[in-house]
Design a protein around this ligand. Structure first.
Ligand SMILES: Nc1ncnc2c1ncn2[C@@H]1O[C@H](COP(=O)(O)OP(=O)(O)OP(=O)(O)O)[C@@H](O)[C@H]1O
Length: 333
C-alpha cells in the first residue's frame, strides 16, 4: 500500500544507471498510483536525499531508489520528521550491493520491485543508531569495513558490481591488509571485555557487502543487534574460506567467530578503525550503538517475515530475547 508517494532517486547510483531507472520507475508508479499521487525528487549531491526526506510532509510513503547509501540517507531524513507524520519507507534497489533490499526480499528487477511495493504492507522495523546516525542494515569495523570502502573506489576504476566487486575487494584486503585491532566492548551496559579482532559487525539486517550473510539470524523486528566478531589467529587461507562460506551464512561453525546479541553496544578501538554504516564511510575509534526498536515503518513485500532466510539456529547461537514492546514513536532528532 503506497498511498501518496514521494520517489527520491539517486541518478548517480550504480555508475549512473540510477537516472534511467528513475524514469522507468516513475512511469510504472504513475500508472499504478494515478494522477497527482506521485512526486519525484532527484538528488543533486551527496546527502541531498536526507534533506529531501526530512521535509517530506503529507506523504504516505517515501520510496528511495538507489543503493544502500541512498536508503541510509533517506532514513536519516525521515527520522527528522515527527513520528505521527512520518511516511513509510519503500525501496527500489538500483545499487551495487543492495543489502537492505536483499534482507527485505525486494526484487532487483524494476517492474517486479514496483509490483511488490504496490502490494506491500508497512511493517514497523528496528533501526540502529551509531554516534547519532541511524542505520537500517549494517554497521561494521575493521577488515570488512575496509573491504566495503575499497569496493567504492574499485567500482569507479573497474565498473564491476555486486558479488564480483565485493570478492575482488575482499581478496585484496584479506591478502594484503589483514590488520588486527584491540577493542574494548560492553554489551547492554554490562562489564567491558577486551580483545583483538579482525572484524566486528553489528547487524540489524542479515547481510552486508552485497549479500554476505554475516549474521544470518539477524532480524529487522526483534529489537536487538546480532554481533559477529572475528578474532585472531586466522591464517589467510582460512580467512578466505570463512569469507566464501559467509556468502550463504555457512561460516558460523568457525571457532574464531564469536556471535552475540544486544540492544546497546559501546565499543572503543586502540586507534582509528575502518568503519562502514550501510556501506557509507564512518570515522572514529569510539562508537556508541543503540537500538531504536520498530522505529520506522517499512514497506515489506506480502508474506515477508523478519527472518525467513535462515530459520534454523545452529547449536550455541544465542536465542533471541522476546521483545514485547509495540510500535515505538521515536521522536524527531
Ligand atoms: N546527484 C548525485 N551525484 C553524485 N553522488 C550522489 C548524488 N546523489 C547521491 N549521491 C551519492 O551517491 C552515493 C552512492 O549512492 P547509492 O548508495 O545510491 O548507490 P551505489 O553506491 O551505487 O549503491 P550501493 O550503496 O548499494 O553500493 C551516496 O554516497 C550518495 O550520497
Amino acid at each position: 500500500m503506497l498511498g501518496k508517494t514521494l520517489l527520491i532517486a539517486n541518478p548517480a547510483a550504480q555508475n549512473g544507471e540510477g537516472a534511467r531507472a528513475a524514469r522507468e520507475v516513475a512511469g510504472l508508479l504513475k500508472e499504478r498510483l494515478g494522477e497527482g499521487r506521485l512526486e519525484v525528487s532527484t538528488t543533486l549531491y551527496p546527502y541531498h536525499a536526507a534533506e529531501i526526506a526530512a521535509s517530506a510532509r503529507g506523504f504516505d510513503s517515501v520510496v528511495a531508489l538507489g543503493g544502500d547509501g541512498i536508503i541510509h540517507e533517506t532514513v536519516n531524513g525521515l527520522m527528522k520528521v515527527d513520528a505521527a507524520e512520518r511516511p513509510a519507507l519503500g525501496v527500489v534497489p538500483v545499487g551495487s550491493g543492495n543489502d537492505f533490499a536483499k534482507t527485505l526480499r525486494i526484487s532487483p528487477k524494476l517492474p517486479q520491485a514496483v509490483a511488490q511495493l504496490a502490494d506491500a504492507q508497512p511493517v514497523p522495523m528496528d533501526l540502529g543508531l551509531v554516534n547519532g546516525r541511524f542505520f537500517v542494515e549494517t554497521l561494521s569495523f575493521g577488515l570488512d569495513a575496509a573491504i566495503a570502502l575499497d569496493t567504492v573506489q574499485r567500482r569507479q576504476r573497474t565498473g564491476a558490481t555486486g558479488t564480483k566487486l565485493y570478492l575482488a575487494a575482499a581478496l585484496d584486503q584479506l591478502i594484503n591488509h589483514l590488520e588486527r585491532y584491540r577493542y574494548r566492548i560492553a554489551l547492554d551496559g554490562g562489564a567491558a571485555e577486551s580483545g583483538e579482532m579482525y572484524l566486528m559487525a553489528v547487524q540489524n539486517g542479515i547481510t552486508y557487502g552485497g549479500g554476505f550473510a554475516i549474521c544470518p539470524h539477524a532480524s529487522l523486528a526483534d529489537g536487538q543487534f546480532d554481533i559477529c566478531i572475528a578474532r585472531p589467529p586466522l591464517a589467510k587461507p582460512k580467512a578466505v574460506a570463512v569469507l566464501l562460506m559467509a556468502k550463504d551464512g555457512h561460516h558460523m561453525g568457525f571457532k574464531n567467530l564469536q556471535f552475540s546479541r544486544a540492544r546497546e553496544v559501546e565499543v572503543t578501538f586502540d586507534r582509528s578503525v575502518p568503519a562502514q554504516v550501510d556501506g557509507e564511510d564512518l570515522t572514529g575509534s569510539s562508537f556508541r550503538v543503540s537500538m531504536a526498536p520498530r522505529a520506522l515503518k517499512v514497506l515489506a513485500p506480502k508474506g515477508w517475515q523478519s527472518n525467513s532466510a535462515f530459520s534454523q539456529r545452529p547449536e550455541g547461537y544465542p536465542a533471541p530475547v522476546p521483545v514485547t514492546g509495540k510500535y515505538v514513536d521515536v521522536p524527531a532528532q
